[in-house]
Design a protein around this ligand. Sequence first.
Ligand code: BV8
Length: 265
Amino acid sequence: MDNKHNTNRGSDSAMLKAAAEAAAGAHYIAVMTGAGVSAESGIPTFREAQTGLWAKYDPVMLASYEGFMQDPENVWRWYDMRRQKVREARPNPGHNAFASWEQEWRRRGRTFQLVTQNIDDLHGLAGSSDVIELHGNIWMVRSVDTPHSKAFRLDDCPLSEIPPRGKDEELLRPHVVWFGEMLDEKNLIEAFRAAAECDVMIVAGTSSLVYPAAAIPIMAKREGAIVIEVNPEDTSLSAEADYSLRGTSGELLPAMYEHAKSVAD
Ligand code: BV8
């Protein structure tokens, strides 16, 4: 009996081709991405963003309502730094591969649904459409006192005032989902539906540590989908995945897409 450890992980081209051929046969491809797919665009991953001034902070404290209300200025300085990096960033070949794959699958009358934990909007900039942004969007803000419905875009970057305030001087917060906060119900339902209905789920650039996002590929697997992971490192998903390709998304995703397109009937 092959040790699962040896058969599903690797970086050789044979495994990449096998994974791409599995995806080529899929009429419904779902994708889950994390901060790693934006690393090659120069955006620090979530854990790397805990460096410099913010290294001393527990990420859950920085990205939490309690942490924000304790020190809105410090948390906004962290988001302002990240907004500036996002503003300078451009989609990388990994983002572009998913945008092309979506276009090609739809041209063939198939389904392609991208779900992301990222708040940097780079999938949208690359041309992916109706992206499910599970954790929100770094360019959107809302009054700390109003519900999600009142979110609006704030392009001011770098921020001219920290913390930024609304027209009635009300404190604004990033329209993102912090630890301990519920995800938008509609997004979650759509993401779980994609997991239930897809034939293949590609999971790229995530440590698979944050829930409920990390539960979505597991659900896809349980519902019979083939799960393909793309990550330079082992993650808590690697053992569950049918294929766990060791490499960067900017390098492996274009190769996977080109091969899948060439063999798809
Ligand atoms: C919820 C938005 C329930 C903000 C983020 C105690 C109290 C409350 C909740 C909990 C708790 N304990 C556990 C929980 C649940 C908690 C959770 O999961 N905690 C974790 C730490 C265990 N979840 C929540 O709180 C969620 N809400 O559960 O609510 C509830 C119920 C009732 C009532 C109220 C509430 C909310 C979770 C959302 C948190 N917000 N972000 C912001 O971004 O500023 S999460 C944050 O982490 C980012 O979105 C990030 O995307 C996400 C996950 O990280 P990754 O994307 O995976 O990034 P990471 O850096 O970890 O990894 C990068 C990976 O890329 C690595 O694997 C690396 O190898 C790889 N990589 C690197 N380079 C490349 C690459 N891959 C490919 N190519 C490369 N080049």
